[in-house]
Design a protein around this ligand. Structure first.
Ligand code: NAD
Length: 440
């Protein structure tokens, strides 16, 4: 059934997994399987399982946007609210040409389990707009964002569903989104989005939070393997908000970052890359791609090559499905810390686990962003200001507690860290569902 609201179409859609093998459909399928396995272990009834494994609400919108040359182009946007059992939906908005509904569904589900695992009062949601930001001017991106915010206004709010930045979106995107939303509802509501600029009620430390949490998780994993930071070598795929911050922080802790990559190329130096120099150089050179780096301390390689470089810890921090059955056997790292959402397919994880590779799963390793988003949300609701030191202290504490819970549970049950993380996360949501909906 489709309803038309002005120029915006909202559509109720089917929830089944499609057989098409896109990264998005594999992500969705794998995450549903992890939930099924956790539900079996916990002895959760089929009716509760069915309730927690399906999205609450899916919204598809068509966004007519005027381009700089006067043409009007129709963009497609999605927002999936997977669960709002524990609190309002929470999750980023991605701008990407390959964004599709299955991808957004899978990512929204991951947010439910991530928020539950971190004991945050949120459900899970995710958004996507099908567009290639590298082909649009800043004015066009502002109009795309405003059209998307406009279309979603009836479905979001500080106590309904709270978007944030994700791939190819940032604090600027959140500023446009917030402004458009507040105009539509005619009230001040800074907690409708997180990841905003400080001037609009953002919180210090949100930008660094996901990468910081990823780096801290990597350090804890190395610690458990008795590898000191100064002996450790890291490879990081993706040099955006998450990957670049993880690289910066690991480098600060003395870890040799021997390879990094973004969509343009990979940079390799077995003796360790000069991360501060690369960061400074790339940040000063729009479009901020690694291929613009001119230092003589790094060899440039195709981006895909870095995944199989010899190292202790591999941090995929780009997109989903990057470590798959086709390359898992060639991965040489013995620790993987998932900075990205869904970077390792279930098939790949099986191959890696058989070889003793330990994986810190996405719903744990990259949860730092949503933890600090929670602080920002609280700040907006309470109308106060948090200090950077407080944010960092509380973030580190949350991440450490979650890590210890998952690690201990994995050891006690003799299962993978992902299995342990899903059991903890699913149990909390299932209990809440049972209390809300059970007639007994
Ligand atoms: P971003 O847009 O800032 O950066 C993405 C990076 O990945 C860019 O450097 C891009 O060039 C690179 N990339 C894209 N395709 C690539 C490829 N094929 N090979 C190598 N590099 C490639 O996005 P981000 O916010 O850093 O998000 C990265 C991942 O982390 C995503 O999976 C996202 O969902 C996840 N994540 C982000 C946050 C957050 O707070 N931003 C929080 C949790 C999880």
């Amino acid at each position: 059934m489709a309803t038309t609201v002005g120029t915006t179409r909202t559509q109720a859609v089917e929830h089944s997994v499609t057989p098409a093998q896109t990264h998005g459909s594999v992500l969705l399928h794998d995450s549903q399987q992890y939930v099924r396995n956790a539900a079996d272990t916990l002895g959760i009834s089929t009716s509760v399982f069915n309730l927690i494994n399906q999205p609450d609400r899916e919204i598809t919108v068509t966004l007519p946007v005027e381009l700089d040359d006067g043409r009007v182009e129709a963009f497609t946007g999605y927002r999936v609210q997977h669960s709002r059992v524990l609190g309002p939906g929470k999750g980023g908005v991605r701008f990407h040409p390959a964004a599709d509904l299955d991808e957004v569904r899978g990512l929204a589900a991951l947010m439910t389990w991530k928020c539950s695992l971190l004991d945050l009062p949120y459900g899970g949601a995710k958004g996507g707009v099908v567009c290639d930001p590298s082909l649009h001017s800043s004015g066009e991106l502002a109009r795309i964002t405003r059209a998307y915010a406009n279309a979603l206004t009836p479905f979001i709010g500080a106590h309904v569903d709270v978007p944030a930045p994700d791939v190819n979106t940032d604090e600027r995107t959140m500023a446009w989104f917030l402004d458009e939303y507040e105009k539509r509802v005619d009230r001040h509501e800074p907690s409708v989005v997180t990841g905003k600029p400080l001037a609009l009620g953002g919180i210090p430390g949100r930008g660094e939070s996901t990468g910081r949490g990823v780096a801290e998780t990597a350090r804890a994993m190395l610690d458990n393997e008795y590898i000191s930071p100064s002996q450790a070598r890291a490879v990081i795929q993706g040099f955006g908000k998450v990957g670049s911050e993880a690289a910066r922080r690991l480098h600060e802790h003395g870890v040799k970052v021997v390879a990094i990559s973004d969509v343009s190329c990979g940079l390799v130096n077995p003796a360790g890359l000069d991360i501060p120099r690369i960061l400074q150089s790339v940040q000063c050179q729009p479009p901020r791609l690694l291929e613009t780096y001119r230092g003589d301390d790094a060899t440039m390689v195709p981006p895909g090559d870095i995944l199989t470089i010899d190292c202790d810890v591999l941090i995929p921090a780009a997109l989903e499905g990057q470590i798959h059955a086709g390359n898992a056997a060639d991965i040489k790292a013995h620790i993987i810390v998932e900075g990205a959402n869904g970077p390792t397919t279930a098939e790949a994880e099986q191959i890696l686990s058989q070889r003793g590779v330990v994986i810190a799963p996405d719903i744990l390793a990259n949860a730092g962003g949503v933890v600090v988003s929670y602080f920002e949300w609280l700040q907006g609701l309470q109308g106060n200001r948090w200090k950077l030191e407080t944010v960092r202290k509380m973030l580190d504490e949350s991440m450490r507690n979650a890590f210890n819970r998952v690690f201990l549970s994995a050891q006690q049950r003799k299962i993978t860290m992902r299995e342990a993380a899903y059991i903890i996360a699913v149990e909390r949501v299932a209990q809440a569902v049972d209390f809300r909906w059970s007639p007994r």
